[in-house]
Design a protein around this ligand. Structure first.
Ligand SMILES: Cc1cc2nc3c(=O)[nH]c(=O)nc-3n(C[C@H](O)[C@H](O)[C@H](O)COP(=O)(O)OP(=O)(O)OC[C@H]3O[C@@H](n4cnc5c(N)ncnc54)[C@H](O)[C@@H]3O)c2cc1C
Length: 478
């Protein structure tokens, strides 16, 4: 390792290669604090050629490596296992090109999500994927996780906005995938890399689609006595054929946390839940939609529906929604943010089950989620130093995932599998499915040196735990 670190210092300079224990401490985890591992070293390249040289040095030394952006991931994806090297791309933060005519931008992977929209605003354009962490997370990380956000409902996830990529393969070769026109010739390899969770290579340049800023935006806040009636309103709005830009539910416990924090926006603390609805598009169309949403909310049981009076109030509503996870930081030292998707029609019953699970395990569980997409985020506030509480958190998490699968859902909407859910993959995929995914991965990384230990279960599932398995004994997958 010391020989490798010396080589890495030569490549990036001593200040951009961290190896002292106190420097490595912050790289032990991402936003999922219960899974941690200390890396062998952290390197911070400034450009693609340095990434190529780092990858080659790691391979010569037989040491695995892990790409990392801002470390806001919530599934342990950016954590280096097996003394691996973290290749942090945050210094590669240049916007290389903006073409208003072609409505695209070419960016380095360390560009912070929200900064891109700010930089292109004067062209009347924005970058649509908007994770709630957008003030910190990087576009490289968004690509790896195929990140979504509140506006996914109308605008889609990251994969709908990536046209082309430059990728340093795990053997150090640099390839270009896709095309700036967004029409790839041949197989859609961009589609494979987006959502690849950093296991297929290191993204060093991204060509993204930019979207025109809609001429009119209206943001509504509907107040409900409980989460179930808010969910009913969501179903009724979608069934009517309306496609709002966002449909987000915030429950009572989350409202209380937000209103006691710097993100306070005047949300009603006596409400069971609020539904934030954003409508955008042509002014005439949006005006009519506001009234239709108001009616749907009232019929589902809303006691009131407010429309943001101006841009400042709209920004306040969104600050409250996007700051919700941060606000929960006041309640306990640790936060476990779950992520699963269920069919929208199942939201009321699944939420009731989720709350029952939280109560039965005596946990402080709050819900704030992308209701329009059926993308749940049950958040558990806890203290991992309390072993008994930690055990209850983990048991409740598994029960929540199983309830979502039983309702016809999947185990991740936008946060990825990482280390967090790798052992649950067998609940939704057969061994044959997983073998097919491993074959795709092997085409990029035959020796599994790039972000090993993620996504795929460590062992094949035996028939007892996986009804789809063919009865293998537990044998290593990776
Ligand atoms: C408060 C909060 C709110 C959040 N809200 C949302 C939300 O609304 N929607 C959502 O989807 N997510 C959300 N997230 C999760 C997280 O922000 C996203 O997954 C984000 O895309 C991670 O970006 P990052 O730069 O922090 O990546 P990291 O956490 O550093 O890495 C994430 C993954 O990307 C890989 N990676 C990073 N850079 C590269 C690269 N250059 N090439 C290849 N692989 C790379 C890593 O190996 C890792 O597997 C939230 C997180 C927090 C803490």
């Amino acid at each position: 390792m010391s020989e490798l670190i010396a080589k890495l210092r030569d490549i990036v300079g001593p200040a951009a290669c961290l190896s002292r224990p106190e420097e490595l401490l912050v790289y032990e985890a991402d936003g999922l604090t219960v899974h941690s591992a200390r890396p062998g070293a952290v390197v911070l390249p400034s450009h693609r050629d340095q990434v190529v040289a780092i990858v080659r040095a790691c391979r010569e030394a037989g040491v695995p490596f892990v790409p990392r952006g801002a470390g806001t991931g919530l599934s342990g994806g950016a954590v280096a296992l097996e003394d691996g090297i973290v290749i942090e791309c945050s210094r590669m933060q240049r916007i290389l090109e903006v073409s208003p005519e072609d409505r695209l931008a070419v960016v380095q992977p360390g560009v912070i999500n929200a900064e891109l929209s700010k930089a292109v605003k004067h062209h009347g354009l924005f970058y649509a994927p908007d994770p709630s962490s957008q003030a910190a997370c990087t576009i490289g990380g968004n690509v790896a996780e195929n990140s979504g956000g509140p506006h996914t409902l109308k605008y889609g996830t990251t994969t709908d906005h990536v046209l082309a990529l430059e990728l340093v393969l795990p053997d150090g070769e640099c390839v270009r995938l896709g095309s700036p026109t967004g029409v790839p010739a041949g197989l859609d390899l961009v589609g494979a890399v987006v959502g690849g969770e950093g296991t297929l290579g290191i993204v060093t340049e991204i060509t993204v689609r930019l979207t025109p800023i809609p001429p009119r935006v209206e943001t509504l806040l509907a107040i409900f006595p409980d989460v179930v009636s808010a969910c009913r309103a969501v179903g009724s709005v979608i069934q009517s054929g309306l496609v709002p830009a966002a449909l987000e539910i915030v429950d009572r416990r989350t409202i209380e946390a937000v209103e006691a924090s710097v993100y306070a926006a005047g949300l009603p603390t006596d409400a069971g839940a609020v539904l934030i609805v954003e409508l955008d598009g042509a002014p005439e169309a949006v005006a009519g939609q506001v009234e239709r949403v108001r009616e749907h909310a009232r019929s589902a049981g809303a006691s009131g529906v407010e429309v943001a009076r101006d841009e400042a109030e709209r920004v306040r509503f969104w600050r409250a929604r996007k700051g919700a996870f941060g606000a929960m930081g006041r309640l306990a030292p640790d936060l476990y943010v779950h992520d699963a998707v269920v069919p929208r029609s199942k939201l009321p019953e699944v939420l009731a089950t989720v709350c029952e699970i939280g109560d039965r395990h005596r946990l402080n569980l709050c819900n704030v989620f992308h209701a329009g997409d059926g993308n749940l985020h049950p958040n558990i506030c806890f203290d991992r130093r309390d072993a008994d509480e930690l055990a209850r958190v983990m048991t409740a998490g598994e029960e929540i995932l199983r309830a979502c699968i039983e309702a016809g859902g999947v185990i991740s909407g936008e946060h990825g599998i990482g280390t967090e859910k790798r052992e649950f993959m067998g609940l939704v995929y057969s061994d044959d499915d997983l073998e097919a995914m491993l074959r795709l991965r092997a085409a990029f990384d035959p020796e599994r040196v790039c972000n090993p230990g993620k996504v795929f279960p460590s062992t094949r599932f035996c028939a007892e735990s996986n009804p789809k398995a063919r009865g293998y004994d537990r044998v290593p997958f990776e």
